[in-house]
Write a protein that binds this ligand. Structure first.
Ligand code: PLP
Length: 402
Protein backbone atom coordinates (compact mmCIF):
# COMPACT_ATOMS: atom_id res chain seq x y z
CA UNK A 1 0.00 0.00 0.00
CA UNK A 2 1.15 3.48 -0.85
CA UNK A 3 1.79 5.82 2.12
CA UNK A 4 -0.81 8.23 0.72
CA UNK A 5 -3.44 5.44 0.54
CA UNK A 6 -3.43 4.83 4.28
CA UNK A 7 -6.34 7.24 4.77
CA UNK A 8 -9.27 7.31 2.33
CA UNK A 9 -9.29 10.07 -0.28
CA UNK A 10 -12.54 11.24 1.28
CA UNK A 11 -11.28 11.76 4.82
CA UNK A 12 -7.63 12.47 4.05
CA UNK A 13 -8.42 16.03 3.05
CA UNK A 14 -10.60 16.91 6.03
CA UNK A 15 -9.50 19.59 8.44
CA UNK A 16 -10.79 19.66 12.01
CA UNK A 17 -14.03 21.52 12.55
CA UNK A 18 -13.19 25.26 12.69
CA UNK A 19 -15.09 25.88 15.87
CA UNK A 20 -13.23 23.16 17.75
CA UNK A 21 -9.93 24.49 16.41
CA UNK A 22 -10.84 27.95 17.73
CA UNK A 23 -11.65 26.50 21.13
CA UNK A 24 -8.17 24.94 21.23
CA UNK A 25 -6.46 28.20 20.20
CA UNK A 26 -8.32 30.27 22.79
CA UNK A 27 -7.44 27.88 25.61
CA UNK A 28 -3.78 27.81 24.50
CA UNK A 29 -3.58 31.61 24.84
CA UNK A 30 -5.34 31.53 28.20
CA UNK A 31 -2.83 28.97 29.50
CA UNK A 32 -0.05 31.36 28.50
CA UNK A 33 -1.74 34.15 30.48
CA UNK A 34 -2.50 36.15 27.32
CA UNK A 35 -5.79 38.06 26.92
CA UNK A 36 -8.53 36.36 24.95
CA UNK A 37 -11.74 37.92 23.65
CA UNK A 38 -13.74 34.97 22.51
CA UNK A 39 -16.19 35.61 19.67
CA UNK A 40 -15.39 32.26 18.11
CA UNK A 41 -17.51 29.70 19.81
CA UNK A 42 -20.99 28.71 18.75
CA UNK A 43 -22.00 27.88 22.28
CA UNK A 44 -24.16 29.47 24.95
CA UNK A 45 -22.59 30.17 28.32
CA UNK A 46 -23.98 30.27 31.87
CA UNK A 47 -25.27 27.58 34.17
CA UNK A 48 -26.90 24.33 33.12
CA UNK A 49 -30.50 24.37 34.40
CA UNK A 50 -30.71 22.17 37.55
CA UNK A 51 -33.63 20.11 36.20
CA UNK A 52 -31.59 19.13 33.13
CA UNK A 53 -28.60 18.12 35.25
CA UNK A 54 -30.71 16.26 37.82
CA UNK A 55 -32.55 14.25 35.17
CA UNK A 56 -29.21 12.94 33.88
CA UNK A 57 -27.98 12.19 37.40
CA UNK A 58 -31.23 10.42 38.23
CA UNK A 59 -31.00 8.32 35.08
CA UNK A 60 -27.61 7.01 36.19
CA UNK A 61 -28.80 6.44 39.77
CA UNK A 62 -31.87 4.55 38.63
CA UNK A 63 -29.88 2.36 36.27
CA UNK A 64 -31.11 3.68 32.92
CA UNK A 65 -27.84 2.57 31.43
CA UNK A 66 -28.87 -0.43 29.35
CA UNK A 67 -29.31 -0.40 25.58
CA UNK A 68 -32.30 1.68 24.54
CA UNK A 69 -34.51 1.86 21.48
CA UNK A 70 -32.21 2.78 18.52
CA UNK A 71 -34.72 5.45 17.49
CA UNK A 72 -34.52 7.03 20.95
CA UNK A 73 -36.69 6.93 24.07
CA UNK A 74 -40.36 6.88 23.03
CA UNK A 75 -41.20 9.56 25.63
CA UNK A 76 -38.45 11.81 24.27
CA UNK A 77 -39.70 11.34 20.70
CA UNK A 78 -43.16 12.40 21.86
CA UNK A 79 -41.68 15.38 23.72
CA UNK A 80 -39.86 16.41 20.51
CA UNK A 81 -43.18 16.54 18.68
CA UNK A 82 -44.66 18.70 21.45
CA UNK A 83 -41.57 20.96 21.51
CA UNK A 84 -41.79 21.54 17.77
CA UNK A 85 -45.58 21.93 17.80
CA UNK A 86 -45.91 18.84 15.58
CA UNK A 87 -48.15 16.65 17.73
CA UNK A 88 -51.09 15.65 15.55
CA UNK A 89 -49.01 16.22 12.40
CA UNK A 90 -46.64 13.32 13.02
CA UNK A 91 -46.34 10.33 15.32
CA UNK A 92 -43.30 9.14 17.29
CA UNK A 93 -42.55 6.84 14.32
CA UNK A 94 -41.42 9.95 12.45
CA UNK A 95 -38.83 11.01 15.04
CA UNK A 96 -35.24 9.82 15.44
CA UNK A 97 -33.11 10.90 18.41
CA UNK A 98 -29.44 11.30 17.56
CA UNK A 99 -26.08 12.22 19.09
CA UNK A 100 -26.47 15.92 18.31
CA UNK A 101 -27.98 17.55 15.24
CA UNK A 102 -24.78 16.64 13.38
CA UNK A 103 -25.72 12.99 13.42
CA UNK A 104 -29.25 13.75 12.22
CA UNK A 105 -27.76 15.54 9.22
CA UNK A 106 -25.38 12.67 8.51
CA UNK A 107 -28.27 10.18 8.84
CA UNK A 108 -30.20 12.15 6.25
CA UNK A 109 -27.37 12.23 3.71
CA UNK A 110 -26.81 8.50 4.19
CA UNK A 111 -30.50 7.68 4.04
CA UNK A 112 -31.47 9.57 0.89
CA UNK A 113 -28.33 10.09 -1.24
CA UNK A 114 -26.74 7.75 -3.75
CA UNK A 115 -23.08 8.32 -4.64
CA UNK A 116 -22.66 11.55 -6.65
CA UNK A 117 -26.15 12.84 -5.90
CA UNK A 118 -26.07 16.59 -5.57
CA UNK A 119 -27.05 18.22 -2.28
CA UNK A 120 -27.78 21.93 -2.44
CA UNK A 121 -26.74 24.29 0.35
CA UNK A 122 -27.27 28.00 0.76
CA UNK A 123 -24.58 30.58 0.02
CA UNK A 124 -22.76 30.46 3.35
CA UNK A 125 -23.15 26.86 4.50
CA UNK A 126 -22.37 25.94 8.09
CA UNK A 127 -18.88 24.40 8.36
CA UNK A 128 -19.82 20.75 8.79
CA UNK A 129 -22.42 20.44 6.01
CA UNK A 130 -19.83 19.78 3.33
CA UNK A 131 -17.69 17.21 5.21
CA UNK A 132 -20.83 15.34 6.26
CA UNK A 133 -22.21 15.30 2.70
CA UNK A 134 -18.87 14.20 1.24
CA UNK A 135 -18.59 11.43 3.83
CA UNK A 136 -21.90 10.15 2.50
CA UNK A 137 -20.51 10.29 -1.08
CA UNK A 138 -22.86 13.13 -2.03
CA UNK A 139 -21.69 16.19 -3.99
CA UNK A 140 -22.31 19.48 -2.21
CA UNK A 141 -23.18 22.52 -4.32
CA UNK A 142 -23.78 26.03 -3.01
CA UNK A 143 -26.76 27.98 -4.31
CA UNK A 144 -25.41 31.47 -4.87
CA UNK A 145 -27.96 34.27 -4.80
CA UNK A 146 -27.99 36.55 -7.85
CA UNK A 147 -28.57 39.42 -5.43
CA UNK A 148 -25.12 38.75 -3.87
CA UNK A 149 -24.83 40.40 -0.48
CA UNK A 150 -27.79 42.72 -1.09
CA UNK A 151 -30.20 40.37 0.68
CA UNK A 152 -27.50 39.18 3.08
CA UNK A 153 -26.87 35.96 1.13
CA UNK A 154 -30.46 34.81 1.37
CA UNK A 155 -31.39 32.45 -1.47
CA UNK A 156 -34.61 33.08 -3.41
CA UNK A 157 -36.73 30.64 -5.47
CA UNK A 158 -35.18 31.78 -8.77
CA UNK A 159 -31.72 30.98 -7.40
CA UNK A 160 -32.87 27.51 -6.42
CA UNK A 161 -34.64 26.91 -9.77
CA UNK A 162 -31.54 27.98 -11.70
CA UNK A 163 -29.46 25.42 -9.83
CA UNK A 164 -32.01 22.64 -10.12
CA UNK A 165 -32.13 23.14 -13.87
CA UNK A 166 -28.38 22.64 -14.09
CA UNK A 167 -28.32 19.72 -11.66
CA UNK A 168 -30.88 17.04 -12.37
CA UNK A 169 -29.23 14.77 -9.76
CA UNK A 170 -30.04 17.13 -6.92
CA UNK A 171 -31.56 15.14 -4.09
CA UNK A 172 -32.16 17.74 -1.45
CA UNK A 173 -31.96 21.39 -0.54
CA UNK A 174 -30.69 22.02 2.96
CA UNK A 175 -31.73 25.30 4.50
CA UNK A 176 -30.52 26.50 7.85
CA UNK A 177 -33.03 28.88 9.40
CA UNK A 178 -32.00 30.95 11.37
CA UNK A 179 -28.74 30.94 9.45
CA UNK A 180 -25.41 30.11 11.03
CA UNK A 181 -23.15 32.02 10.19
CA UNK A 182 -25.01 35.05 8.83
CA UNK A 183 -27.62 35.49 11.59
CA UNK A 184 -30.35 35.94 8.99
CA UNK A 185 -33.92 34.69 9.22
CA UNK A 186 -36.02 33.50 6.29
CA UNK A 187 -39.54 34.78 6.96
CA UNK A 188 -42.66 32.68 6.31
CA UNK A 189 -43.18 33.77 2.67
CA UNK A 190 -39.52 33.22 1.78
CA UNK A 191 -39.55 29.79 3.38
CA UNK A 192 -42.79 28.77 1.67
CA UNK A 193 -41.52 29.89 -1.75
CA UNK A 194 -38.37 27.76 -1.40
CA UNK A 195 -40.35 24.81 -0.11
CA UNK A 196 -42.69 25.08 -3.10
CA UNK A 197 -39.74 24.84 -5.53
CA UNK A 198 -38.57 21.66 -3.76
CA UNK A 199 -42.05 20.14 -4.02
CA UNK A 200 -42.28 20.99 -7.73
CA UNK A 201 -38.94 19.26 -8.33
CA UNK A 202 -39.66 16.40 -5.93
CA UNK A 203 -36.53 16.90 -3.86
CA UNK A 204 -36.23 16.86 -0.11
CA UNK A 205 -36.41 20.12 1.79
CA UNK A 206 -34.18 19.66 4.82
CA UNK A 207 -34.72 22.36 7.42
CA UNK A 208 -32.00 22.73 10.04
CA UNK A 209 -33.78 24.77 12.69
CA UNK A 210 -31.24 24.46 15.47
CA UNK A 211 -31.49 28.13 16.56
CA UNK A 212 -35.25 28.42 16.14
CA UNK A 213 -36.04 29.72 19.64
CA UNK A 214 -33.53 32.55 19.27
CA UNK A 215 -35.55 34.88 17.06
CA UNK A 216 -35.40 38.52 18.19
CA UNK A 217 -37.43 41.72 18.16
CA UNK A 218 -40.75 40.03 18.89
CA UNK A 219 -40.82 38.00 15.67
CA UNK A 220 -42.06 34.42 15.55
CA UNK A 221 -40.22 31.46 14.07
CA UNK A 222 -41.86 30.56 10.73
CA UNK A 223 -42.77 26.87 10.66
CA UNK A 224 -42.86 25.19 7.24
CA UNK A 225 -46.23 24.30 5.71
CA UNK A 226 -47.10 20.69 6.52
CA UNK A 227 -49.78 18.96 4.51
CA UNK A 228 -50.02 15.72 2.52
CA UNK A 229 -48.10 17.33 -0.36
CA UNK A 230 -45.18 18.69 1.66
CA UNK A 231 -44.84 16.03 4.37
CA UNK A 232 -43.35 13.55 1.90
CA UNK A 233 -40.46 15.95 1.30
CA UNK A 234 -39.86 17.94 4.48
CA UNK A 235 -37.28 16.70 6.99
CA UNK A 236 -36.66 18.88 10.04
CA UNK A 237 -33.50 18.78 12.13
CA UNK A 238 -33.16 20.28 15.58
CA UNK A 239 -31.50 19.56 18.91
CA UNK A 240 -30.54 20.57 22.38
CA UNK A 241 -27.31 22.42 21.68
CA UNK A 242 -28.27 26.06 21.10
CA UNK A 243 -31.61 27.01 22.65
CA UNK A 244 -30.51 26.28 26.23
CA UNK A 245 -27.50 27.20 28.30
CA UNK A 246 -24.51 24.87 28.33
CA UNK A 247 -26.16 21.93 26.61
CA UNK A 248 -23.93 21.44 23.54
CA UNK A 249 -21.96 18.68 25.23
CA UNK A 250 -25.05 16.69 26.17
CA UNK A 251 -25.02 15.68 22.49
CA UNK A 252 -28.69 15.16 21.75
CA UNK A 253 -30.42 16.10 18.50
CA UNK A 254 -33.40 14.84 16.51
CA UNK A 255 -35.01 14.71 13.12
CA UNK A 256 -38.67 14.58 12.14
CA UNK A 257 -39.54 13.40 8.66
CA UNK A 258 -41.45 10.97 6.43
CA UNK A 259 -41.92 7.35 7.56
CA UNK A 260 -39.71 5.72 4.94
CA UNK A 261 -36.77 8.06 5.51
CA UNK A 262 -37.12 7.77 9.28
CA UNK A 263 -37.21 3.98 9.11
CA UNK A 264 -34.03 3.93 6.99
CA UNK A 265 -32.28 6.14 9.54
CA UNK A 266 -33.41 3.98 12.47
CA UNK A 267 -32.14 0.87 10.67
CA UNK A 268 -28.81 2.62 10.20
CA UNK A 269 -28.63 3.73 13.82
CA UNK A 270 -29.41 0.23 15.04
CA UNK A 271 -26.11 -0.91 13.49
CA UNK A 272 -24.14 2.27 13.97
CA UNK A 273 -24.66 3.81 17.43
CA UNK A 274 -27.62 1.77 18.71
CA UNK A 275 -29.08 5.19 19.57
CA UNK A 276 -27.55 7.99 21.62
CA UNK A 277 -26.55 7.62 25.29
CA UNK A 278 -29.66 6.89 27.34
CA UNK A 279 -28.92 9.05 30.43
CA UNK A 280 -28.38 12.13 28.27
CA UNK A 281 -31.69 11.46 26.55
CA UNK A 282 -33.30 11.85 29.97
CA UNK A 283 -31.58 15.23 30.33
CA UNK A 284 -32.93 16.26 26.94
CA UNK A 285 -36.40 15.10 27.96
CA UNK A 286 -36.28 17.27 31.09
CA UNK A 287 -35.11 20.25 29.00
CA UNK A 288 -37.84 20.20 26.37
CA UNK A 289 -40.70 18.94 28.50
CA UNK A 290 -40.64 22.07 30.66
CA UNK A 291 -42.24 25.29 29.44
CA UNK A 292 -39.60 27.14 27.46
CA UNK A 293 -38.07 30.05 29.37
CA UNK A 294 -37.23 32.88 26.94
CA UNK A 295 -34.60 34.31 29.31
CA UNK A 296 -31.74 33.15 27.04
CA UNK A 297 -33.33 34.80 24.02
CA UNK A 298 -33.79 38.09 25.90
CA UNK A 299 -30.21 37.99 27.13
CA UNK A 300 -28.84 37.29 23.65
CA UNK A 301 -30.92 40.06 22.12
CA UNK A 302 -29.46 42.45 24.68
CA UNK A 303 -25.94 41.22 23.87
CA UNK A 304 -26.59 41.69 20.16
CA UNK A 305 -27.59 45.30 20.83
CA UNK A 306 -24.53 45.85 23.01
CA UNK A 307 -22.22 44.41 20.34
CA UNK A 308 -23.75 46.42 17.54
CA UNK A 309 -23.64 49.66 19.49
CA UNK A 310 -19.98 49.04 20.49
CA UNK A 311 -19.10 48.16 16.89
CA UNK A 312 -20.53 51.37 15.44
CA UNK A 313 -17.97 53.12 13.26
CA UNK A 314 -15.44 50.24 13.25
CA UNK A 315 -13.01 50.97 10.43
CA UNK A 316 -13.31 48.72 7.32
CA UNK A 317 -16.26 46.80 8.78
CA UNK A 318 -19.89 46.62 7.72
CA UNK A 319 -21.97 44.95 10.41
CA UNK A 320 -25.02 43.08 9.10
CA UNK A 321 -28.31 43.20 11.03
CA UNK A 322 -28.92 40.10 13.16
CA UNK A 323 -32.61 39.17 13.41
CA UNK A 324 -31.89 35.73 14.94
CA UNK A 325 -29.26 33.26 16.28
CA UNK A 326 -26.23 34.58 18.18
CA UNK A 327 -23.98 35.44 15.28
CA UNK A 328 -23.20 38.85 13.93
CA UNK A 329 -21.78 38.72 10.40
CA UNK A 330 -19.20 41.33 9.43
CA UNK A 331 -18.26 42.29 5.90
CA UNK A 332 -14.52 42.94 6.16
CA UNK A 333 -13.61 43.00 2.47
CA UNK A 334 -12.43 46.60 2.89
CA UNK A 335 -9.42 45.31 4.90
CA UNK A 336 -8.12 43.37 1.88
CA UNK A 337 -4.89 44.88 0.59
CA UNK A 338 -4.18 46.70 3.88
CA UNK A 339 -0.86 46.15 5.63
CA UNK A 340 -0.42 45.08 9.24
CA UNK A 341 2.26 46.82 11.41
CA UNK A 342 4.66 43.91 10.73
CA UNK A 343 4.33 44.51 6.97
CA UNK A 344 2.20 41.55 5.91
CA UNK A 345 -0.82 42.15 3.70
CA UNK A 346 -4.37 41.08 4.58
CA UNK A 347 -5.54 39.05 1.58
CA UNK A 348 -8.33 36.93 3.04
CA UNK A 349 -10.60 36.63 6.05
CA UNK A 350 -8.29 33.87 7.31
CA UNK A 351 -5.46 36.42 7.32
CA UNK A 352 -7.57 38.93 9.21
CA UNK A 353 -8.83 36.34 11.71
CA UNK A 354 -5.26 35.20 12.44
CA UNK A 355 -4.05 38.78 12.73
CA UNK A 356 -6.82 39.58 15.23
CA UNK A 357 -5.94 36.56 17.36
CA UNK A 358 -2.20 37.06 17.24
CA UNK A 359 -2.10 40.79 17.84
CA UNK A 360 -5.07 41.30 20.15
CA UNK A 361 -6.35 37.89 21.29
CA UNK A 362 -9.65 38.46 19.48
CA UNK A 363 -11.03 35.09 18.37
CA UNK A 364 -13.51 35.23 15.46
CA UNK A 365 -14.75 32.77 12.86
CA UNK A 366 -13.24 33.32 9.43
CA UNK A 367 -15.86 33.53 6.68
CA UNK A 368 -13.68 31.22 4.59
CA UNK A 369 -14.78 28.32 6.79
CA UNK A 370 -18.32 29.04 5.58
CA UNK A 371 -17.22 29.40 1.94
CA UNK A 372 -17.47 33.18 2.17
CA UNK A 373 -14.09 34.78 2.18
CA UNK A 374 -14.34 38.46 3.05
CA UNK A 375 -16.48 38.03 6.18
CA UNK A 376 -16.07 37.30 9.86
CA UNK A 377 -18.55 35.54 12.11
CA UNK A 378 -18.79 37.06 15.57
CA UNK A 379 -20.49 34.96 18.23
CA UNK A 380 -21.98 37.24 20.86
CA UNK A 381 -22.91 34.40 23.23
CA UNK A 382 -20.09 35.68 25.39
CA UNK A 383 -19.86 37.80 28.58
CA UNK A 384 -20.56 41.54 28.22
CA UNK A 385 -17.03 42.51 29.25
CA UNK A 386 -15.66 40.28 26.46
CA UNK A 387 -17.93 42.06 23.98
CA UNK A 388 -16.83 45.52 25.10
CA UNK A 389 -13.14 44.64 25.48
CA UNK A 390 -13.06 42.58 22.30
CA UNK A 391 -14.57 45.30 20.13
CA UNK A 392 -12.17 47.85 21.63
CA UNK A 393 -9.18 45.57 20.88
CA UNK A 394 -10.53 44.98 17.36
CA UNK A 395 -10.91 48.71 16.77
CA UNK A 396 -7.32 49.38 17.87
CA UNK A 397 -6.03 46.56 15.65
CA UNK A 398 -7.96 47.77 12.62
CA UNK A 399 -6.85 51.36 13.18
CA UNK A 400 -3.22 50.21 12.88
CA UNK A 401 -3.80 48.75 9.39
CA UNK A 402 -2.44 50.85 6.56
N1 PLP B 1 -26.44 22.86 12.41
C1 PLP B 1 -25.97 24.10 12.66
C2 PLP B 1 -26.42 25.22 11.82
C3 PLP B 1 -25.06 24.31 13.70
O1 PLP B 1 -24.61 25.54 13.97
C4 PLP B 1 -24.62 23.19 14.46
C5 PLP B 1 -23.64 23.35 15.54
O2 PLP B 1 -22.96 24.36 15.67
C6 PLP B 1 -25.15 21.93 14.14
C7 PLP B 1 -26.05 21.80 13.11
C8 PLP B 1 -24.75 20.72 14.93
O3 PLP B 1 -25.33 20.75 16.19
P1 PLP B 1 -25.03 19.71 17.34
O4 PLP B 1 -24.01 20.33 18.22
O5 PLP B 1 -26.35 19.52 18.03
O6 PLP B 1 -24.55 18.45 16.70
Amino acid sequence: MNECDRISAKLGKFRPSLTLELKRLASERLQQGLPVFDFGLGETKGELAPHIREAGERAYREGHTMYGDPAGLPELRQAVLDWLGLTGEYSTENVVITAGAKQSLFNIFLAVCNPADVVLFDAAPWVSYQPLAISAYASPVMVLPRSGTENHFKVCPEDLRRNLKMRPHAKLFLLNNPVNPTGQLYVAEELEALLQVCIEHQIYFVLDRLYWRLVFDGHEYPDPRLDAETKRWVIQVDGLSKNFRRTGGIRIGWSVGPNDVTQAMVNLQSHYTAGPAVPTQYSALAAIRNDYDPELKRDLQRKRDLLHSEARGLPYVEVWPTPASFYSFWDVRATFGKKTPDGSTICSSDDLAWHLIESAGVVTGSGAAFMQDGFLRISFATPDEQIVGGVRATRETLQRLQ
